[in-house]
Design a protein around this ligand. Structure first.
Ligand code: BGP
Length: 492
């Protein structure tokens, strides 16, 4: 069976990992601008005992690569042409909220930021690439976090509504596929970036801002984001009836397998899926707040109350489609405490998987997991599905011919795409495959350049040096064949 006509083939990046220009043309810092990698426990903020507030205080010994990233802010026109050179018919990036509303709470938007994205989206349209645009990819303005406690504060809903209404109006007709919050289901694990949540009211230990974030604030963030998501769907449809608004979740955790058939392991795996995924997916897609959360809230000692009005909004304004990242599966075992990173949950080693990405990251490779994930999500939600992140990060250097023979990446994609095709054959309405990081960008998890996903290499290194020149890897032509043949090249 072939891929459907009009299937989206492309790639995905995020403003904070690609653009750089972190303080240019009026932009103020995002929350990721004070972190070297989103898994970092030491944000570059310091408590001011006089004002009783956090303020930005970067560590002079650290290299914040995202500040300049790969200079996409100045090079997107050429980069988009490089993407089109691979036959992309779609391209995903995000709007950095702080380019539009620098501190997040202004009354009026920053025209320079609006004009920047307008040109970028026009450029995509001229190149016949469907823009797939994330409204918030770990990019809450830092000021909203330090001043208001981020999404723990319901005031954020109003600021967000102003921001999304502004961009929906400005890009009406240009952007038809909108994603709300990137991987927001990482909120329980990395609340500062995934949920933009920080405890700013008398933190227990101000020298440890992350450790001081309270469960109550995190669950308040959950509450406010569910309401904001519903508002986004409502406003999107009102402002541009032709646009579609989808959620974006990290769904590697859907493929959490029980290590054995011990019913305790089977139930544990189910609980992992719930608390890593469905606790956001169900309200976004089905309009219901799961009942099992009551037990979780009790255990966490928090109070979460939705008003009838809010519940009605969540019920009515569910998303039009479900988009997700999938990198790998994980294995749940009762005896083993699961961890997490940007690829998803990290559990016990799966003895049935043959491949692993090379070290130092060594993520297991499970292409059948993407078929499983697509089937579970479709059975549950019956919504169109878009894979908006899948890929493999490798430590790579140019060879004497000025290229990189990235056969491992080619093999990785080939196997995953074959399984996407099998899922479509299973009856799943999957509408797109957008590879993560078609051009090397700064890694989200570790803040490094060394972890490269691209088909296009960028000359920049962990210490910040490099010419920023672009070079095609072997996978560039291979992916071009895949896109241009609508997937046939791997099915033959
Ligand atoms: C996802 C993020 C991306 C991206 C990817 C790969 O969690 O949405 O921003 O970077 O993971 O992760 P990493 O860069 O840590 O390898």
């Amino acid at each position: 069976m072939s891929f459907p006509k009009g299937f989206l083939w492309g790639g995905a990046i995020a403003a904070n990992q690609y653009e750089g220009a972190w303080l240019e043309d009026g932009k103020q810092p995002n929350v990721t601008d004070v972190l070297v990698g989103i898994m970092s426990k030491e944000p570059g903020i310091k408590w001011n005992a006089d004002t009783k507030k956090y303020e930005m205080c970067l560590d002079p010994d650290k290299v914040y690569l995202s500040h300049d990233a790969v200079d996409g802010y100045h090079r997107y026109r050429e980069d988009l042409k490089l993407m089109k050179g691979m036959g992309f018919n779609s391209f995903r990036t995000s709007i950095a909220w702080g380019r539009i509303f620098p501190n997040g709470n202004e009354e009026e938007p920053n025209e320079a930021g609006l004009a920047f994205y307008e040109d970028m989206f026009r450029c995509m349209r001229e190149l016949d690439m469907e823009p797939v645009i994330t409204l918030s990819h770990y990019e809450t303005p830092l000021y909203l976090v330090t001043e208001y406690g981020g999404w723990s504060n319901p005031k954020l809903i109003e600021f967000w509504k102003r921001y999304v209404s502004t961009v929906f109006k400005r890009y009406k007709g240009l952007v038809k596929l909108w994603l709300t919050f990137n991987e927001v289901n990482n909120m329980l694990r990395v609340p500062l970036v995934a949920g933009g949540v920080l405890t700013v009211d008398n933190p227990a230990d101000p020298s440890d801002p992350i450790g001081s974030t309270t469960k109550q604030d995190i669950w308040n963030g959950y509450h406010n984001i569910l309401v904001a998501n519903a508002w986004t769907v409502k406003l999107g449809h009102e402002i541009d009836p032709d646009c579609q608004v989808g959620c974006m979740l990290t769904s590697s955790s859907v493929a959490t397998y029980p290590y054995t058939c011990d019913p305790k392991n089977v139930f544990g795996a189910l609980e992992s899926q719930r608390m890593a995924n469905f606790y956001f997916g169900d309200p976004f897609c089905l309009g219901i707040v799961p009942t099992y959360l009551k037990k979780v809230w009790k255990k966490d000692g928090v109070t979460v109350n939705f008003t009838d009005e809010e519940l009605a909004m969540i019920k009515e304004y569910t998303v039009d489609f479900f988009s997700f990242s999938y990198y790998r599966s994980s294995v749940y075992d009762l005896e083993y405490a699961m961890k997490t990173d940007t690829g998803g949950l990290v559990g016990k080693e799966n003895p049935y998987l043959k491949d692993k990405a090379p070290k130092p990251w060594g993520w297991p490779v499970d292409p059948e997991g993407i078929r499983y994930t697509l089937n579970v999500l479709y059975d549950r939600y019956h919504l169109p599905l878009y894979i908006v992140e899948n890929g493999v990060g490798l430590d790579e250097n140019l060879n004497e011919n000025g290229t990189i023979e990235d056969d491992f990446r080619i093999h990785y994609i080939e196997e995953h795409v074959k399984n996407v095709n099998l899922a479509i054959e299973d009856g799943v309405d999957c509408r797109g495959y957008l590879y993560w990081g078609p051009i090397d960008v700064v890694s989200a998890g570790t803040g490094e350049m060394k972890k490269r996903y691209g088909f296009v290499y960028v000359d920049r290194f962990n210490d910040g040096h490099g010419t920023l020149e672009r070079a095609k890897k072997k996978s560039y032509d291979w992916y071009k064949e895949l896109c241009e043949s609508n997937g046939e090249s791997v099915l033959k």
